[in-house]
Design a protein around this ligand. Structure first.
Ligand code: APR
Length: 232
């Protein structure tokens, strides 16, 4: 590895939680094979049939809470412990496995399953570990899952952009790299001078990547983290 690393940004996708028992989106038995995306993951789907969407996320919330972080989540918590403020984890995942593993410097850019928000005020976000209420208990407005749906803008894009431009190592783990804007992060990091590493079960297309590490996240990520800490 050339030179010392000072700032690391890691992007994770559904593949890092797969071995914890949370299905990915685009595999043959993935979530989007069984549910039409437009019905459960778009603002229009929610407008057409809010009960269906709420039920879908209630089920996912219940299922995710039965799962535990795996060795890959724990390894990223170790990386944050080592790099502190020079580490940032961006996740497309809406489960809370990274948080439960101990990561604190984290941006859940696609929202969080364990939160819902009131449409009466976008500022009103509450934690929700069970079935979500359909209406806000305070103002009576409609409540929705705190999830970024297709067609909506992910959270904290300014902070993400800045971190990508300042890092010298960017790793993307367990993501198919087809959903923008996250799919474009490797390009921003690479063009800003970072070394870019991909860790995935299978090779995902797309340039701007210096190194590809193939395998299950629970095996590759702990090794990569140890290597990165050793070389820092
Ligand atoms: N270890 C490493 N990688 C894995 C593993 C594993 N054990 N299992 C699966 N993968 C890889 C798959 O090969 C695939 O490339 O993880 C990737 C998962 O891809 P997707 O299912 O497309 O998930 P993701 O990239 O996170 O999706 C992005 O799409 O639908 C939206 O909002 C949703 O955040 C999601 C976004």
């Amino acid at each position: 590895m050339a030179g010392k690393i000072s700032k690391i940004v890691v992007l994770t996708g559904a593949g890092i939680s797969a071995e914890s028992g949370i299905p990915t989106f685009r595999s043959s038995d993935g979530l989007w094979e069984n549910e039409p995306v437009e019905a459960v993951a778009t603002p229009e789907g929610f407008e057409n049939d809010p009960k269906r969407v709420i039920t879908f996320y209630n089920e996912r919330r219940a299922a995710a809470q039965k799962c535990e972080p795996n060795a890959a989540h724990h390894a990223l918590a170790k990386l944050e412990e080592k790099f502190g403020d020079n580490f940032l984890l961006i996740t497309q995942n809406v489960d809370d496995l990274h948080q439960r593993a101990g990561n604190k410097r984290i941006i859940p850019m696609h929202g969080e399953l364990l939160k819902v928000r009131c449409l009466g005020s976008e500022e009103h976000i509450i934690s929700c570990t069970e079935n979500q209420p359909e209406k806000c208990l305070e103002c009576g407005a409609i409540m929705r899952p705190h999830i970024v749906w297709f067609g909506e803008v992910p959270f904290e894009m300014d902070r993400i952009q800045k971190a990508l431009m300042q890092c010298d190592l960017f790793a993307y783990i367990g993501t198919s790299g087809v959903v923008y804007p996250a799919a474009g992060f490797r390009q921003i990091a690479k063009l800003s001078g970072a070394r870019v590493v991909c860790l995935n079960l299978e090779e995902v297309g797309g340039g701007y990547t210096d190194e590809f590490i193939q395998g299950k996240a629970s095996e590759t990520v702990p090794k990569w983290v140890d290597f990165t800490i050793f070389n820092s």
